[in-house]
Design a protein around this ligand. Structure first.
Ligand code: FNR
Length: 382
C-alpha cells in the first residue's frame, strides 16, 4: 500500500517498479563486463527468450466476488517459514555489481523475512553472509567440487553458519557458452578475491603453494578443475547425505525423468530451472517444464521454480501452475547494482506487493485456495 499511495501522490520511488526500466537503469550504471555477466545468457539467448515466451503464453483466469480482503501468503517449506513462497535465487560473485554484494542481499532478505540461497560462488565468505542474515532463515547452494575434502569443508561451514537447506546445482558442472563473458570479461571487477568462496575455504587453500591474494593465477588454476567436474552423478548423492543432515534440493531439473530420479534418490525437493537460460542455448522455456513435473512428482517432494520471473504476476503464474515456491534471480541483482541493500529491498517489496495484488484480484486469499483451484491459470496455446 505504501508504494502505491506514494506513487499516486506523485512521489516517485528512487528506483523504478517496472522490471524493464530497472534493467535499463542498471545497464547505465554498470560497466559492460558486469552487466553482460548478469544480463547475458548462453549462446544467442534463445533459452532466455523461451523462458519469457512461456510466461507470455500462460494467463491467470481471475474469479470475482470472492472475499480476498484478508490475505495470508505465508508458508513453511522444508522446515523454513517464509512470509510468501519467494526466495532469493543463488547468484555468484555479486561484488562485481556492488561492493556490499551478498552482504547487502542477505540484509535486505532478512529485513523482509525472504530466505536467501547463498551461492558457492559468493564474493563474501559463508560466515560473513550468515552474520549479515542475523536470525533470518537461510539456504546454501552447492557447486559440487571434484575434491571431496573441499566439498565436506564447504558443507560443514555452511551448516555451522546456520543454513537449513542444501540446494545442489546440477546444470553447471561446467560453464555454458556465454559470449558476453567471453567478449567482455567480468572477473577484473571482482573485489576482495581472498574472501570469495572457494578462495577463502581452508581445504581449498590447503592445496595452494601461496594464498590466492599473492598468486591469483595459481588459485584460478586449482579452482577451474575443482568446479569442472564429473563429481555430479546420481550415485554420488550419498556423499552429500552423509555430510548434510538437513533437507537437500536439486536445482536445474527440466525433464520429468530427472525429477523422478531425484525422488528415487530420496531428495527432498527440486528446482525446475534452466539457470536463467545461461547454460544450454536453444533449450525449452523453464515454465513449460513445470506442469508435467508437478504432475509427476505429485506432492512427494517440494517443487520450486525459477528462470524468467520478472514480476509478482510471473511468480503468481508459476505458483498457480503448482510450484511450491519461486526463486527470484536477475531483478534483485539490478536492485543491488542501483541501490545496494535498499535497492534489493525495493525489488523484493515490489515483487511481493504485485504477487499479493495479482492473487487477490484473481480471487485467492491464501495458498491453500490457489492449490485447490481448477483453471486458475491457462495456456493460451491449448
Ligand atoms: C545465476 N545463477 C546461479 N545459480 C546457482 O545455482 N549458483 C550460482 O552461483 C548462480 N550464479 C548466477 C549468476 C547470475 C548473474 C545469474 C543471472 C544467475 C542462476 C540463478 O540461481 C537462477 O537460476 C536464475 O537467475 C533464474 O533466471 P532469471 O529469473 O534470472 O532469468
Amino acid at each position: 500500500a505504501e508504494i502505491y499511495l506514494n506513487g499516486l501522490a506523485g512521489e516517485r520511488p528512487a528506483l523504478s517498479t517496472d522490471p524493464a526500466r530497472l534493467e535499463a537503469a542498471a545497464r547505465s550504471v554498470l560497466d559492460d563486463g558486469p552487466f553482460g555477466y548478469v544480463a547475458g545468457g548462453a549462446g544467442g539467448g534463445a533459452t532466455m527468450r523461451a523462458n519469457r515466451a512461456a510466461f507470455d503464453r500462460y494467463g491467470m483466469v481471475p474469479r470475482m466476488l470472492r472475499d480476498t480482503t484478508e490475505r495470508d501468503w505465508s508458508t513453511t517449506l522444508l522446515g523454513t517459514a517464509m512470509p510468501a513462497p519467494l526466495l532469493l535465487a543463488p547468484i555468484g560473485v555479486m561484488s562485481i555489481v556492488h561492493p556490499d554484494g551478498e552482504l547487502a542481499v542477505a540484509r535486505a532478505g532478512a529485513e523482509l523475512g525472504v530466505p536467501m540461497v547463498l551461492s558457492t560462488a559468493s564474493s563474501h565468505t559463508i560466515e560473513e553472509v550468515a552474520a549479515a542474515s542475523g536470525d533470518a532463515p537461510r539456504w546454501y547452494q552447492l557447486y559440487w567440487p571434484t575434491e571431496d575434502a573441499v566439498t565436506v569443508s564447504i558443507l560443514e561451514r555452511a551448516r555451522a553458519a546456520g543454513h537449513q537447506v542444501l540446494v545442489v546445482t546440477l546444470d553447471t558442472w561446467t560453464l555454458g557458452w556465454r559470449p558476453h563473458d567471453l567478449d567482455l570479461s567480468y572477473l577484473p571487477f571482482l573485489r576482495g578475491v581472498g574472501t570469495a568462496i572457494p578462495f577463502s575455504d581452508p581445504a581449498f587453500r590447503a592445496g595452494l603453494a601461496a594464498p590466492p591474494e599473492e598468486d591469483l593465477m595459481a588459485a584460478v588454476g586449482r579452482w577451474v578443475p575443482m568446479f569442472t567436474g564429473a563429481a555430479v552423478r546420481w550415485d554420488r548423492l550419498d556423499l552429500l547425505r552423509e555430510h548434510w543432515d538437513g533437507p537437500i534440493v536439486l536445482k536445474g531439473v527440466q525433464h520429468v525423468d530427472d525429477a523422478l530420479h531425484a525422488l528415487e534418490a530420496g531428495m527432498d525437493g527440486i528446482v525446475v530451472s534452466n539457470h536463467g537460460g545461461r547454460q544450454v542455448d536453444r533449450a525449452i522455456g523453464s515454465l513449460d517444464a513445470l506442469p508435467g513435473i508437478v504432475a509427476a512428482v505429485d506432492g512427494r517432494a517440494a517443487v520450486l521454480f525459477d528462470s524468467g520471473i520478472r514480476s509478482g504476476a510471473d511468480a503468481a503464474v508459476a505458483l498457480a501452475l503448482g510450484a511450491d515456491a519461486v526463486l527470484l534471480g536477475r531483478p534483485y541483482v539490478y536492485g543491488l547494482a542501483l541501490g545496494g541493500q535498499d535497492g534489493v529491498r525495493h525489488v523484493l517489496r515490489s515483487v511481493l506487493a504485485e504477487l499479493d495484488l495479482t492473487l487477490a484480484l484473481s480471487g485467492f486469499a491464501d495458498l491453500a485456495q490457489l492449490r485447490g483451484a481448477k483453471d486458475a491459470v491457462r495456456d493460451a496455446a491449448k
